[in-house]
Ligand binder design. Structure first.
Ligand code: SAH
Length: 351
């Protein structure tokens, strides 16, 4: 089945031409696709054309299967089902400056970070450009007139491990004839795949680079992130400096605070020293505890305050990530896991 949302308008028109349909049908079809309307609802297209499309193609490969809305702040958490039955999840955060959607780029993840739920069963597969765009299309359709303004690639998966599809997706979402969304509203988060960070700096795309640092040195970073055994922190930071130079945009460092591992005052000093002179901002994320990940625990409020103050004293721009939608689900990746496990139990006759 052809995934039409992976195509831009000229590609869609070419595809239709091969089926002997005129170009104006491409325009009509593309408009419906971006609105998330299923083939049968595309009322200005002839019936036989719609039937043919339904036999050969997929309108949106992403379907919202469950949605949970926070009573605290309006945050919405989604469980999506893909065309092949795989599940991914996403979060919509409502800020005064607009709606931000957290997108997944893979089903699961290869990277194996010690604290993360998304990587527990490895990576099932990478998402297509249409499956990334489809998450936005599905949420826009649900929002009824309101829409997604900004996008963070911080759901499951490692975006730079699915490089070509993510680049195609960014160009599709930015396309004037498509959703026409600004790339300045996009943050791409990576655990630090150095060669692809250099490639990204050459793409000419004004996206913000978020780097998952999580440690002040290689020794601690290796305990939390297997990728640190492949790329040294100095090389990761050099790739960040290059990104700042090439794009003129500051880099955001994400720092998951893990109690008794990386949030002592001495760690703040070391971090400030390593980041000196780099145009950046540090985002502290108190660990979201994942019970399958054993002993790792969240820091105390006192540890967070002390660490943050210490960085500020050393002139590092720093904020603590706001926790949103606390009442709807636990840490990233857990909704999908819980659903898969419940379904396995049910199919074994256990409830
Ligand atoms: N693969 C990308 C995107 C992953 S998720 C990356 O590594 O950046 C986005 C952020 O959430 C990353 O910084 C990731 O390390 C962090 N994260 C994952 N699980 C977490 C948890 N249990 N608590 C706090 N932060 C977590």
């Amino acid at each position: 089945m052809e995934q039409l949302l992976s195509m831009n308008l000229p590609e869609l028109t070419d595809w239709l031409k091969a089926l002997r349909y005129p170009a104006f049908r491409g325009k009509q079809l593309y408009e419906w696709l971006l609105k998330g309307v299923p083939f049968e609802g595309m009322t200005n297209l002839p019936k036989d054309f719609r039937a043919k499309l339904a036999r050969t193609a997929v309108a949106n490969p992403v379907r919202i299967r469950d949605a949970f809305v926070s009573r605290l702040d309006g945050t919405e958490k989604y469980l999506y089902e893909l065309d092949d039955g795989n599940l991914i999840e996403g979060v919509l955060m409502r800020y005064h400056h607009g709606n931000t959607l957290c997108l997944s780029t893979q089903v699961g993840c290869h990277m194996g970070c010690a604290f993360c739920a998304s990587t527990l069963e490895g990576c099932v597969r990478s998402l297509t450009p249409g499956e990334m765009l489809g998450q936005i299309v599905a949420v826009n359709a649900r929002l009824n007139g309101d829409r997604v303004d900004n996008v963070v690639l911080m759901g499951s998966g490692e975006p730079l491990d699915n490089y070509d599809n993510v680049m195609k997706f960014l160009r599709l979402m930015n396309d004037e004839k498509g959703l026409n969304m600004s790339l300045r509203g996009v943050s791409l988060s990576t655990c630090g795949l150095v060669p692809n960070m250099y490639r990204l700096a050459e793409e000419g795309l004004p996206v913000t680079l978020s780097l998952s640092l999580h440690a002040p040195n290689d020794e601690i970073r290796k305990k939390l992130m297997p990728v640190a055994k492949v790329y040294a922190m100095d090389d990761v930071l050099a790739a960040c400096r290059n990104y700042v130079e090439k794009t003129g945009r500051r880099v955001i460092f994400e720092y998951a605070m893990v109690g008794d591992v990386n949030c002592e005052p001495a760690h703040a000093d070391e971090l400030a020293h390593r980041l000196r002179g780099l145009q950046c901002h540090v985002n502290l994320i108190p660990l979201n505890e994942v019970k399958e990940r054993g002993a790792l625990k969240a820091p105390t409020q006192a540890q967070i305050d002390r660490f943050m103050k210490r960085l500020q004293e050393r002139h590092i721009s720093v904020t603590r990530r706001r926790e949103m939608g606390d009442d709807i689900q636990g840490a990233c990746g857990q909704l999908r896991r819980r659903t898969i496990m419940n379904e396995e139990l049910e199919s074994n006759g256990v409830k």
